[in-house]
Write a protein that binds this ligand. Structure first.
Ligand code: SF4
Length: 427
């Protein structure tokens, strides 16, 4: 059965009654936020939210507008114009891909029909993490394991401010047992400005971001019983590194938390060093990595593409499906002119502007926020946000839990799955 094109829930909750929801605004997918709806479609977060959730939920429902070549029109006309553009294209790119599981399924189907390449707005970070897991693998863990079992958590240069702010509330509080009541302690390596607000680390190793990989290698040398000769490795006091190594060794279940997107170009050296440390600890203990990422539907997109095609993102559809993590970088395809049409998907409203390179008259934008592009691009369709304007399924940051997100308002905005399915039917 094809996905419903517009939100389908008929019930209209009282504008004043608070209810529990699953927050789609970062990949933690907190399932305990309490929301109070307002008449304009916005929501006040009354419990268990964070600053990001409060700001995103405060957005009123946008008008259900469709523009073709800058002129307002109907959804049917917008879908027909998008299909005509894709029929003419030699090498379309479907990117942004900020959507839910059903939206990604529809994107894969559309890409097959028009022989497009698929990438995500966060494709660079996804490709770095994929390369690491493909080339060396890692011991990964889940939010639940950290919450219930990790007795020492090391935060490595983690950005827990703008995103994942509720991680500390959900996972770093007192442990909930499993026959072991050892209290949890927390360590931190990185710039002091990145210390999460709600976390009060027991052990802090202040270190500039560009020296974190060096600090981790010094820590690895400590763990291996062969400390570096330098008196202040990475600018850190030797005794603090020794103490951190001792805490990691003493832990029954040590977890190292990283946010790959915040590491930028240092992502691979830092992740590589973290994996080496976890490997070392697992020789005679238990340790794991928790990478926090996958926002804007990125984890859902990677998981869904892998289920459907056997490959993560940066795949192309031709005679066969090809996986090219370098050559199919969306930004590079656009900059080089290799992609001659673009479908840019931003159902969460966080990536409204596509990367430069595709002429406006060959750009289709399906976005959740009003955009200046509506007046210039070939087709602009305002779409609903998953878990707010329509029922959605999203894969959580730890990649093993998929959550159902009930619809929160009756905005009449179409879903990405519905729009893409209708475009594909016309090809
Ligand atoms: S941490 Fe993320 S999922 Fe949780 S409430 Fe904040 S924005 Fe929403």
């Amino acid at each position: 059965m094809p996905p419903t094109i517009v939100s389908r829930r008929a019930s209209k909750p009282s504008p004043t009654s608070a209810r529990r929801g699953v927050c789609p605004h970062c990949a933690l997918l907190c399932d305990d936020v309490e929301l109070r709806p307002a008449a304009d479609g916005s929501h006040a977060v009354v419990a268990n939210g964070c600053r990001r959730a409060a700001q995103r939920y405060a957005r009123p429902a946008p008008a259900a507008e469709v523009h073709v070549a800058g002129a307002p029109t109907t959804l049917e006309d917008g879908i027909a114009a998008a299909a005509r553009l894709l029929k003419r294209a030699r090498q379309p790119l479907i990117s942004g891909l900020a959507t839910d599981v059903d939206g990604t399924r529809a994107a894969v189907n559309l890409a097959e029909r028009c022989r497009a390449v698929l990438d995500h707005a966060h494709g660079d970070t996804l490709a770095r993490v994929a390369r690491l897991t493909q080339t060396r693998g890692w011991y990964a863990t889940t939010l639940s394991e950290v919450r219930s079992r990790a007795d020492f958590v090391l935060l490595v240069d983690t950005e827990l401010g703008d995103r994942y702010e509720s991680f500390a509330r959900r996972c770093l509080g007192p442990r909930a047992g499993l026959n072991d009541d050892t209290p949890r302690t927390v360590g931190f390596i990185g710039p002091a400005g990145r210390l999460p607000r709600d976390a009060a680390p027991d052990l802090r190793l202040p270190c500039r971001s560009e020296r974190v990989a060096e600090a981790l290698l010094a820590l690895l040398a400590e763990l291996r019983g062969n400390p570096l000769a330098a008196t202040r490795p990475a600018g850190l006091a030797r005794r603090s590194l020794t103490e951190l190594a001792e805490r990691l060794r003493a832990a029954r279940y040590a977890t190292i938390v990283v946010t790959p997107a915040a590491l930028g170009a240092a992502c691979e050296p830092v992740l590589g060093a973290v994996c080496d440390i976890v490997d070392e600890l697992n020789r005679d203990g238990r340790a794991a990595v928790l990478p926090l990422g996958g926002d804007d539907g990125a984890q859902s997109a990677v998981s869904t593409c892998t289920w459907l095609t056997g490959f993560p993102l940066r795949i192309g559809f031709g005679e066969v499906i090809s996986y090219e993590p370098q050559a199919y970088a969306g930004t590079a395809l656009l900059a080089s002119g290799a992609a001659d049409a673009l479908v840019w998907i931003d159902a969460f409203g966080n990536c409204p502007e596509p990367p430069p390179g595709c002429p406006a008259d060959r750009t289709i934008v399906l976005g959740a926020t009003p955009s200046n592009l509506a007046g210039t691009c070939a087709v602009h369709i305002t779409v609903g946000t998953p878990g707010i304007d329509h029922f959605a399924r999203l894969v959580r940051t730890d990649a093993v839990v998929t959550l159902a997100l009930p619809q929160q308002r009756d905005s009449g905005l179409p879903s990405i799955a519905g729009v893409l399915t209708r475009i594909a039917e016309k090809l």
